[in-house]
Design a binder for this molecule. Structure first.
Ligand SMILES: [Ca+2]
Length: 324
């Protein structure tokens, strides 16, 4: 089967970096653009990291890297610090050899949605700022995209950034709300599923043993594991962003349900909460009209891990795709 057109929108970010490597390693995708969004790092830093990663993986001659929106839709600024001073731990990667793209991430997304109408998959592993910006500019994007898979949200589990919110949605809740109410066919891959597929010290040992081409990845994953150990007391780390890329090709890594997601945007404490209304349960509640308005479109929501083992598949796929 010919590789399918895809855009990866990302806020690199340690797990974003390995999500790119994983995507390339699957051999399933024709990456048309790698777009940067602010989130784990401010947008200019995310853009620099994205260019550096494109070079590190030897795609800077083929895959354009686009800078994302300069501000979030929600006008909030977030820089979690979780991914270290540069967003890639302490890594400062050599810049891409390609000239900087003038075209913004949103403009690239719209252009590619016309060129590959009905065929383009979009995977977003950062806040949904760029996708929302494109939808605000041209709502028709929603029906031209084949599928949007985004890492974000927490349907039935606590958040990781506040008790109610997952980081990507918390970082730009209005953007997430615009996206899930746009009619775009989407799959939400949030904490319900990503916390179930882990990367362990045994997996890290496999990268260490692989030697040339995996040293950078091993450094990223070692830093990421350490951040989870320090901040959450975990001996392993979740594979948030890679799982979203995995699900874009193979839904059996997760279990899903169809329903509506409503994003809490106005509340101070609840900001970024993703309220999930399963389709078959919807009639049990009565909503005021302004909420009903936001429940018109449904999507698929990952509610847990699926039958196919993502963790092993992830590490094996990385091993197939060394960096330069
Ligand atoms: Ca990310």
């Amino acid at each position: 089967m010919a590789p399918a057109p895809i855009v990866l929108d990302s806020d690199p970010g340690l797990d974003d970096a390995v999500a790119l490597q994983y995507l390339l390693g699957t051999g399933l995708w024709d990456l048309k653009a790698y777009t940067a969004v602010g989130g784990n790092a401010p947008v200019d830093r995310a853009f620099r990291n994205a260019r550096g990663l494109a070079r590190a993986f030897g795609i800077d001659g083929d895959v354009p890297v686009h800078r994302g929106a300069g501000r979030t839709v929600s006008r909030v600024v977030s820089d979690s610090g979780f991914h270290g001073p540069t967003g890639l731990g302490e890594e400062e990667l050599p810049d891409s050899t390609a000239p900087e793209q003038e075209e913004s991430a949103a403009a690239a997304l719209l252009r590619l949605s016309h060129r590959h109408e009905g065929e383009l998959t979009v995977v977003a592993t950062g806040p949904l700022t760029n996708v929302a910006a494109a939808l605000l500019q041209d709502p028709g994007l929603a029906r031209r995209v084949r599928r949007l898979v985004f890492m974000g949200g927490a349907a039935r589990v606590p958040g990781n950034c506040t008790p109610l919110a997952e980081f990507n949605v918390w970082a730009d809740p209005d953007a997430a709300d615009i996206v899930v109410s746009s009619g775009i066919p989407y799959t939400m891959v949030g904490l319900d599923a990503t916390h179930g597929w882990r990367f362990t010290h045994q997996d890290l040992a496999r990268l260490d043993a692989a030697g040339p081409g995996q040293e950078m990845t091993a450094r990223f994953m070692r830093t990421y594991l350490r951040a989870y150990e320090t901040n959450h007391g975990d001996g392993s780390c979740p594979l948030h962003d890679p799982l979203a890329v995995g699900v874009a090709a193979e839904e059996s890594f997760v279990t899903t349900a169809t329903g509506t997601v409503v994003v809490e945007c106005a509340s101070e404490l609840g900001r970024g909460q993703t309220v999930f209304l399963a389709q078959d349960k919807a009639e049990r509640y009565s909503y005021p009209p302004h909420i009903l308005d936001r429940t018109r479109h449904t999507g698929r929501v990952a509610l847990g891990t699926g039958p196919r083992d993502f963790s092993t598949h992830f590490t094996e796929t990385l091993l197939r795709r060394p960096s330069l």
